[in-house]
Write a protein that binds this ligand. Structure first.
Ligand code: ATP
Ligand code: MG
Length: 293
């Protein structure tokens, strides 16, 4: 088993079987005792990923979609920045999904994200996603009202219906060569408090602070049950979730990098082969160039 698979496997959920969020410890650092050792491996991982992405881009067959979901201050931005630090920016497309606009609310719930799906050869990153539609929209019932669904479609059945729709959508994408990996950065409420306090106390971090985030914190348990149900109902072999321990940023980044490397390694990526005719053409051009004075 590759190092990347071995490291990420304990956090991978590929079926609904017995999934419980409380079985996962946000403070875990696996068998890593020190940040230094993890960072060394992350450096190696970033280089490995760059090589795989180069082939993904050249081969131009597969698309990769990475979805990040988390409570505030769990470190989504930092993960995206660090894990993708070595890859060619031309091959990566990042989208952040905030509260929907009027135009977006005029459409079905998968509309706005569908327009941002990665092209073949690219890695697409969703910083939040259509999963918000079974998370924040579930926790705050008034948000669903904004979506103006016909009355008979807006009842309690909407959540199992949305889980099914998400699963069908993700299956459809996988049939089309889009590889999906989903990450829940699993932060403890205690560590979130510590990070919020740091944002308040450090001038350089003040800009990150939002009073709204503190209000959302009061709904912690509701969010955790919404996450648990969403993950249990949308984890599949072709579109697994990873429950990534998020209390130690250095470990979060390493687990995400390992899961992405594992996904890319499974695709048998390679540079396109150059046909005999093309090779002869290259050889002729080379000789011509060499003859130049
Ligand atoms: P950061 O705080 O690091 O800038 P963020 O992803 O938290 O990143 P914010 O602008 O703070 O960005 O928050 C976006 C907000 O939009 C979140 O509270 C999220 O729940 C909300 N949101 C995202 N998608 C939807 C949706 N479909 N319906 C309603 N609210 C949504
Ligand atoms: Mg925020």
């Amino acid at each position: 088993m590759s190092w990347a698979r071995k490291l990420s496997k304990p956090y991978r959920i590929a079926s609904s079987h017995n999934f419980r969020l409380r079985d996962f410890d946000p403070g875990s650092t696996g068998h890593f005792r020190s940040k230094q050792h993890a960072e060394e491996l992350l450096g190696k991982g970033v280089a490995e990923m760059a090589e795989l992405q180069d082939k993904l881009y050249a081969q131009d067959r597969w698309g990769v979609l990475l979805i990040f979901q988390a409570m505030d201050a769990a470190g989504k931005d930092g993960v995206i920045k660090h894990v993708m630090s070595g890859v060619n920016p031309q091959g990566v497309q990042v989208y952040s999904f905030k509260a929907p606009s009027t135009e977006e609310l005029n459409h079905d719930f998968l509309w706005r994200t569908s327009r941002c799906l990665p092209e073949r050869g690219r890695i697409g990153i969703f910083n939040r996603s259509y999963y918000e539609e079974v998370l924040v929209v579930r926790v705050h019932a008034d948000l669903l009202k904004n979506e103006r669904l016909p009355e008979n479609l807006g009842g309690k059945k909407i959540w199992p219906d949305r889980f099914k729709d998400i699963c069908s959508f993700e299956r459809y994408l996988s049939h089309n060569g889009i590889v999906i990996r989903k990450f829940f950065l699993h932060l403890s409420q205690k560590e979130q408090k510590r990070r919020f306090l740091k944002r308040l106390e450090t001038p350089e971090k003040n800009w990150k602070f939002s009073a709204a985030d503190i209000r959302e914190r009061q709904y912690w348990d509701d969010y955790m049950s919404a996450y648990e149900e969403a993950i249990a109902n949308t984890s599949t072999e072709h579109s697994p979730w990873y429950i990534v321990p998020a209390d130690n940023k250095w470990y979060t980044r390493l687990v995400v990098a390992a899961a992405v490397i594992d996904a890319l390694s499974g695709l048998e990526l390679d540079y396109p082969k150059v046909e005999k005719e093309k090779r002869q053409e290259l050889e002729a051009t080379k000789q011509e160039l060499e003859r130049e004075k």
